[in-house]
Each structure stands twice: as C-alpha cells, then as structure tokens.
Design a protein around this ligand. Structure first.
Ligand SMILES: *Cc1c(COP(=O)(O)O)cnc(C)c1O
Length: 381
C-alpha cells in the first residue's frame, strides 16, 4: 500500500468497491454449484456495496437471478432498467403487490393471507403473479408453518387453475446451526416438496441454500442457490476460513486519509473517557471514520488498521466521527492512506477481523458502512 502518492485525488474517506471482484466471485460460486442456478442477493443496498452497480456486476458474472428483501429494493432495480429475474420475500402487511406484479417481480409468499392478497392484486392488473412459496423448515422466522403447508399448497394450486398466479418457486432458509439441524431442515424441505407435488404444483426452481450451504452442503443446492455474502467476498462461516480459501476476493475496501498526527508523552490519556493511556511516548494518527460511518464502537481498543506499512492498533474509544491509531515510534503524515479493511491477502485486516473485534460478523461490518462514506466503483464491465 503506497501512502501519499495518490492521496490528493482520493477523498477523505471512501468505500472502494471492486465490481470485478463481484463478477468473479459470482462466476466462482456459479461454477461450484453448477448445474444449480445462482441468485445474487443484493438486499440492504447490496450489503452496503450499492445495489444497482452490484446487481449489474453480478449479472455480468453470470448470476441467473437477483434477490432482495422488500419491494422497494426490487423497484430500485427495475427503475434502473435491470430486467433480470428478481425475487422479493419480505413484505409490508400493506404491500402494494400490483405494481410489483406488473413489473415482473417474483414474490415470496410466507402466509395464506399473502397468497390471497397477491392473487387479488394480480386480478386487479390482469396479470399472472409469479410466486415462490416459502416453507418454514425450522428457522422459525417467516415461511408457511408445516401445519398450514397442505392448505397453502392447495390454495396455490387452485389459484394457478384460475390463472391468477403461477408457483414458480418453492423455498426455505437454513438456520446454519449444525450439520444435524441442517439435515433435519433438508428433510422437512423435501417432505414439503413432495406435498406440493401432490397438490399439483410444478415449481421450476426449488431453493434452500444461502452462501454457507451452497459451498458446504451440496444436497441443499437443488435448482437454485441464493448467494449473498459470497458475492461480496466475505466468508460466511466464522471459523477462520478466509475468502482466498474459498477462491473469493473481498469486494469492499474501507479507507480514509489520516486527518491529524501528534506525539504524546507516556501517560497521556487518549479519546473519550481516557480508557487508553500511552504507556510510553508515542506517535498517534487520527482516522476520520467513526460509528456514524458504521465503524463499531465495540471494536474500541481491539481492532487494527493498516497504516504506514503495518497493522496498527486502534486505541481509546471509537467516536462518532473519528478514532486514534497508535504508531509507537513509527511515523505517518497527514494525508497518508489508512485501510480499515479490505483483502487480507494484501496484509490489511478483513471485514471479519473487524467483526471479531466488535463481537459481530463480517456481514454486519460491510452492511453498516454509513451514507457519509462515498462508494467508489472500480473494475466494472
Ligand atoms: C440474506 C438472505 C440470503 C443470503 O444469505 P448469505 O448468507 O448472505 O448468502 C439468502 N436467502 C435469504 C432468504 C436471505 O434473507
């Protein structure tokens, strides 16, 4: 990492998103799961990376489908002219399904009530809604409860016959609890598929796996896998497996320029509450990112950054806008590049390292990078 050469043209803080990495990660994962298809999950602004550019890069990498949580996210993609197959699965009880059906957005269905509302909306725009019925196989969040699955599949089959909807998919989601729990959910899903077939449903895509199971549980791949975190090159496992181990490359690099430097005497208290004091005379650098930008305060005194050619400890409390790094007797200049996380193959910390420091996971670290941090895109098609 060079320090000052290109600092002048670089903003104060930025999240650099490598769209080439997004495309390559999708291609790698698509090859692993083939012949299953891939759905790139771009909910939550593509895990903080930027929904529209990431969706385009994922499609360029060979994603067959896009997935989002709610309809606003789906409309954002359609507004941008993205017409790929697209599924949204988490609905406002008052969701306006008609415009979504009109725009060819597939709808996840977790209840009889939603099924009926979608059929009514389809009738109002004289279209056939494409739905994916979701069975709760043990995550206990959304999805039709197993006790109601018979009724839901019967109603769906009846609505298919009236020409109001088509059950294009049947899906569920794993709890990633243990191999034994995954196997139980897999069995429950297979039973649900049989029941749906008995009800007369012929779903084109059956899908269960997200990134973790797509990689480690081939039996869960079915026709389609929903890959979120893998698209971004962040490992799903939390067991020390690196992105490189999986053939993936982190797409986001969070970096800034040093805003101030100072030399302090031994014993000097640093940042709010003086929870850290220099135990020797030391050089400190101020980094202009804080919890307003998604840098977790819980990582105070635990995380590291890359600065002046090495990893350096974050010392004292992380504040709303800034935090302090201890350089010891090494030097940094105002304007030097500081990397919070990126591709650890280059020596910098990973998003997972920050997750470990904050008692959370890499998912949360990348997704919570705030709106004050401009995203800059490189490597797009
Ligand atoms: C977020 C989400 C995914 C993607 O999960 P990853 O672990 O990021 O791959 C898949 N399916 C559903 C239903 C989700 O909510």
């Amino acid at each position: 990492m060079s320090s000052t050469a290109d600092a002048a043209e670089r903003p104060f803080r930025e999240a650099l998103v490598d769209l080439g990495a997004v495309s390559e990660n999708v291609a790698v994962l698509a090859a692993v799961v083939a012949p299953a298809l891939t759905m790139a999950v771009v909910k939550a602004n593509a895990y903080g990376h930027g929904a529209v550019p990431v969706a385009r890069a994922a499609l360029a990498g060979g994603a067959d489908w896009l997935g989002v949580a709610d309809l606003d996210e789906a409309h954002e993609l359609r507004d941008a002219g993205i017409d790929a197959p697209l599924l949204a699965w988490l609905h406002d009880p008052a969701a306006a399904f008609a415009p979504a059906i009109d725009r060819g957005i597939d709808l996840g269905v977790s209840s009889l009530r939603q099924l009926q509302a979608i059929a009514d909306a389809a009738a109002s725009v004289d279209r056939i809604a494409a739905v994916h019925l979701k069975l709760d196989t043990g995550l206990s969040r959304s999805g039709v409860a197993p006790e109601q699955w018979g009724e839901a599949t019967a109603l769906a089959a009846q609505l298919e016959r009236t020409g109001r909807l088509r059950v294009r998919g049947i899906f569920s989601h794993l709890a990633n609890t243990s191999a034994a729990e995954d196997a139980k959910q897999l069995a429950a899903f297979e039973l649900g598929l049989e029941q749906a077939a008995t009800a007369g449903l012929r779903a084109e895509v059956r899908h269960l796996a997200s990134t973790a199971a797509a990689l480690r549980l081939p039996a869960a791949r079915f026709d389609l896998v929903r890959i979120g975190i893998g698209v971004y090159g962040v490992p799903p496992f939390g067991d020390g497996t690196t992105a490189a181990d999986l053939g993936l490359r982190p797409a986001m690099t969070l970096r800034a320029r040093v805003a101030a430097v100072r030399r302090v005497e031994a014993g000097t208290g640093v940042s709010y509450g003086h929870v850290w004091r220099a135990d020797r005379a030391s050089n400190l650098a101020l980094v202009p990112l804080g919890y307003a930008d998604g840098v977790p305060r819980q990582a105070s005194g635990r995380a590291e950054v890359w600065l002046a050619g090495a990893r350096r400890p974050v010392v004292g409390r992380i504040a709303m806008d800034q935090f302090v790094v201890d350089l010891g007797d090494d030097h940094a200049e105002v304007g030097d590049e500081v990397v919070l996380f990126g591709d650890p193959e280059h020596g910098v910390p990973s998003a997972d390292d920050w997750g470990d420091a904050a008692g959370t996971i890499g998912y949360e670290i990348v997704t919570r990078i705030g709106p004050r941090v401009p995203r800059r895109y490189v490597g797009g098609a």
